[in-house]
Design a protein around this ligand. Structure first.
Ligand code: FAD
Length: 480
């Protein structure tokens, strides 16, 4: 008999649960990737992300070719394609790695039902997460809504080791001749390649992702804690796309971090621990969305569902385009629009500014990020937005509002980041770089940066909007 391995957000050969489990059967395999119809629409997924994702698919196809195999790529509805491929190859089993978002779970349930109706066996494996949503519950068997106790349990549970790569492959006979889409898909679908130093190491395939991981674990991870909040430094791992597309597995990343921890001395240990904490956040938000699927577009804290957002279209558009007049926010949005990536500190600043200064509904920002981010992950994006908007689990309290000037001065103290994405500010003296509206006219002239002409005036006054935001949140809370 034959086994189909359905690749999804796990585009690699190393340390792959479904592949490992299928190889143990010793049966011939059919590696399959399905491009569902939605993915093929011109603007269904942001260009940059689909280029990155399709490049990772191309890369997987290349890796399979190197070991004498082939990635069969088909388009269409997953249940139909899987049943069709099973008929063509005589496959009686499908192996895949579990996904956890509401939409993916619905799709997988439909597919499983259709395959089982045809008499096929379906094996869903644990791969995307170290600990799945039901693994970590409170004593009352309820999901954790607070991060710290969740993390405490997460850290103490035994961890899976990386799976060895199968040594013997037996591909299904006739695989090479079967009809299918041919790589390179990224070029074929005419998507735009993500640009910027953020992707300089082209993390889109398995090999480069592993190289980046090695490099990060030998260098930056040891100073991660003190440097990670500064967007002007290249201090974070840039592994979010690799983890989301599955060109790296969480087991590999986690165990490499443990090795880095063994080599670490003094303060470096706390740095590696801080990195591991971020991996825990990733799983925390997956379980929040799993247990609370309504948070895709409703506040986790119901009392804040009724905040009277102003939703001013012009202000929203200024935010999207990086034209608010607040340099740290504008540079952040330019980074997102140009490269498809945004530094974590900036994601928090930009989200806070949209919701608390511009009083625009967090869902508008969440959807904009979803369109622009190359590393988009539904659970992390919802979690990040609801944290910033003070509507989520463990949120930033609504009365503690980021001051965009203070955030800029603290985390981009020499203006390196702001000047990179807003070259019009490059000659602005440091004392004004995060508040250019305070520049006297003659300084504006000297710096070639006239307010309202070369760079916008601030679109709102932070101090008064802060007060208004607090009162709107308080009103929503009182009326609940
Ligand atoms: P590192 O600092 O090197 O962290 C290592 C890994 O830990 C990341 O690759 C990521 O997998 C995970 N991680 C780090 N921080 C978080 C976090 N706060 N929540 C969940 N996982 C985390 N991350 C996404 O992967 N996709 C998103 O769509 C996304 N949207 C976000 C939206 C907002 C408003 C906010 C505040 C955060 C969002 N994040 C998202 C989390 C975080 O900003 C990114 O994971 C991080 O910036 C990616 O860069 P890195 O790989 O260099 O991170």
């Amino acid at each position: 008999m034959t086994a189909i391995i359905w690749f999804r957000r796990d585009l690699r050969l190393h340390d792959h649960a479904a592949l490992h489990t299928a190889a143990l059967t010793g049966e011939p395999i059919v590696p399959l990737f399905i491009m569902d119809d939605a993915f093929c629409q011109p603007d269904a997924v942001a260009d940059k992300r689909s280029h990155a994702f399709l490049s990772a698919v191309d890369n997987l196809a290349g890796s399979l070719q190197e070991v004498g195999g082939r990635l069969l790529i088909r388009r269409g509805n997953p249940a139909d394609v899987l049943c069709q491929v099973a008929r063509e190859t005589g496959a009686d089993k499908v192996f895949y790695n579990r996904a956890y978002t509401p939409e993916a779970r619905k799709r997988d349930a439909t597919v499983t039902e259709a395959l089982e109706r045809q008499g096929m066996r379906v094996h869903a494996c644990k791969d995307l997460l170290m600990h799945e949503p039901g693994d970590i519950l409170t004593r009352q068997r309820t999901p954790y809504a607070l991060f710290t106790p969740y993390k405490r349990v997460w850290l103490t549970l035994p961890k899976d080791r990386p799976f060895p790569q199968p040594t013997s492959w037996r591909m299904c006979e006739g695989l090479a001749e079967m009809p299918g889409e041919s790589a390179p898909l990224a070029e074929a679908f005419g998507r735009k390649r993500p640009v910027g130093s953020e992707w300089a190491t082209a993390l889109f395939g398995e090999r480069t992702a592993r190289e980046r991981l090695q490099q990060f674990m030998h260098e930056a991870v040891h100073r991660y804690k003190e440097r990670r909040d500064f967007p002007g430094l290249d201090a974070t791992s840039h592994l979010s796309f690799a983890l989301n597309a599955g060109t790296l597995s969480i087991r590999t990343v986690y165990h490499q971090a443990l090795e880095a921890m063994e080599e670490a001395r003094g303060e470096e240990v706390a740095s590696v621990e801080a990195f591991v904490t971020e991996l825990v956040w990733r799983e925390f938000y997956q379980q929040v969305l799993y247990h609370h699927p309504h948070t895709t577009d409703h506040a986790f804290l119901p009392q804040f569902e009724a905040v009277a957002w102003e939703n001013d279209e012009a202000l929203f558009s200024a935010w999207c385009n990086g034209e608010t007049g607040y340099p740290i926010v504008d540079a952040a949005m330019k980074q997102l629009n140009e490269t498809g990536w945004m530094h974590n500190r900036l994601r928090m600043i930009a989200a806070s500014f949209l919701t608390k200064d511009l009083l625009v509904d967090w869902r508008w920002g969440m959807r904009y990020f979803a369109k622009q981010l190359v590393d988009f992950d539904e659970a992390a994006n919802i979690g990040g937005w609801q944290w910033s908007a003070s509507t989520g689990t463990d949120p930033q309290p609504y009365f503690r509002i980021f001051n965009p000037v203070a955030q800029g001065e603290k985390f981009d103290p020499d203006g390196t980041f702001v000047k990179k994405y807003l070259p019009v500010l490059s000659e602005v003296p440091l004392q004004y770089i995060h508040k250019p509206w305070e520049m006297p006219e003659h300084v504006q002239e000297q710096a070639g940066c006239r307010l309202g002409l070369d760079y916008p005036d601030p679109c709102v006054d932070h101090a008064s909007r802060r007060k208004l935001a607090m009162s709107l949140f308080q009103e929503a809370k009182d009326s609940y």
